[in-house]
Ligand binder design. Sequence first.
Ligand code: ZN
Length: 240
Amino acid sequence: MKYAIISDIHSNLEALESVLQEIDQIGVDRIICLGDIVGYGANPNECVEIIRERKIESIIGNHDTVACGKKEPFDFNFVAKEAALWTRNTLTAKNREFLHNLPETREIDGFLIVHGAISDPDLYIFSVYDAIGEFKLMKKWNICFFGHTHVRTYYVLIGGDVQCRFEYEFKIKPEAKYLINPGSVGQPRDRDPRSSFLIYDSKGAAVRFIRLEYDIESAKQKIIRAGLDRRLAERLSLGI
Ligand code: ZN
């Protein structure tokens, strides 16, 4: 089975369309989204509708939770809060309901997907130390895909040792456990502005990260025209 794993689209329609076009060209069996379909960008409705219409299997992210009204943005910074409330007002009732009904986690063919961390969907896995705590919760699973940090990386637990790694391609070893982050489709933060996602081939036990250029200028112009904070546009070019 071949899976495309995408995450953190953040209402960036240009990025989502480019990534899906590339995934279609590669040809996969299932497309899975780790949450944060909306928030920050200018096209929340369009992005939700693509996820819904293409039946992309998704979980809810922290921005989706606020945008659909399930939670208030108490722990968001000012710019994120403003964008989240703009998104809430811009979303149609049908799209808000779609987000509201997304599950927090999902088990798919024996692997787990979460937005932030297994222990807490709002928590960031940013270090080996964070990963050690999460691996303790993976008794049932060998692989967990997570998002939220917008940084492409993976952690491997092998022989009692946890490592943080960045290779673009690797093989899944049966004796190891993995926490894998595909990076962000719509707002990468590893100083590489290209969209990030991955292909997981369960038969070949292989993971391949992919970076893809998209029309950043259009996405930026839309953010500015929508009256959202200019910094949300500027960061797309910088990959921060
Ligand atoms: Zn996010």
